[in-house]
Write a protein that binds this ligand. Structure first.
Ligand code: ZN
Ligand code: ZN
Length: 242
């Protein structure tokens, strides 16, 4: 079945995420946009995922537990998991490898933790937009060990992407899926890089405000509407399956 997705958006926990990006607002906007699957992927943290999953469960929306990791190489990787417990186990590793530099909310914005009623329940005080001291290779290994799939994020961007920072896709990491930003810039990038046809491509919004969530435009064909089926599908190399 074709399911419409947006697998990369931030909540008010990300310093760059608007405060309107609460668990209820994000899930409700995804409903309005006609999406079937969404993923919340805050920078180097997962503190709002459980609340958002609780909201999504009430709305019959499939919400993928996720994080946008910034590796030691300053590369952003979208890490998608099957279970929130696996994401939280990954977060423990990530959090232990953060430098814990203080956030400056007046400059970068607050990093708010919310409950499923959109009430603030805390604030992360160390900055989340900095590199974790985990290498790309180690991070990829941890994500896979926990049953997840690592997806190099917004590879069309000129900063914080695998291609901008490393200049190539390391074959040893055996990536199966890459992300480009939804819209014409991402599509033009793909046209200019035919070698990327070997990879499955996700087109995500990377929304930091509600209005930027994807429309019902980008779909993935899944046998069933489950997190296991999504992660399995994204993990299979394109050429071997299709
Ligand atoms: Zn990013
Ligand atoms: Zn992002």
């Amino acid at each position: 079945m074709l399911l419409y997705y947006d697998l990369h958006m931030h909540t008010c926990l990300s310093p760059c995420g608007e405060e309107e990006m609460t668990p209820n607002n994000v899930v409700n906007m995804a409903m309005i946009k006609g999406l079937d699957i969404l993923a919340i992927a805050d920078h180097n943290h997962c503190g709002n995922v459980r609340s958002a999953m609780a909201v999504a469960a009430k709305r019959d929306m499939l919400l993928v537990p996720a994080m946008e990791l910034q590796t030691l190489e300053d590369v952003h990787v979208l890490c998608l998991f099957r279970r929130v417990e696996d994401l939280e186990a990954f977060f423990e590793i990530v959090d232990g490898a953060m430098l814990k530099l203080p956030n400056r909310p007046e400059r970068f914005g607050h990093q708010l933790l919310m409950d499923d009623q959109d009430e603030p329940v805390g604030e992360v005080v160390h900055t989340l937009i900095t590199s974790c001291q985990l290498s790309l290779s180690d991070a990829v290994a941890h994500v896979r060990r926990l049953g997840g799939v690592p997806v190099p994020a917004h590879v069309n961007r000129s900063s914080n992407s695998l291609l901008s920072n490393l200049g190539f896709i390391p074959p040893g990491e055996a990536f199966t899926t890459l992300e480009i930003t939804a819209g014409s810039k991402g599509d033009q990038f793909l046209e200019a890089h035919p070698e990327l046809a070997a990879y499955r491509i996700l087109r995500n919004s990377d929304a930091h405000q509600l209005i930027d969530l994807s429309e019902r435009e980008n779909a993935i064909d899944l046998r069933e509407r489950t997190l296991d089926c999504l992660i399995d599908t994204l993990s299979i190399p394109l050429m071997k399956k299709e």
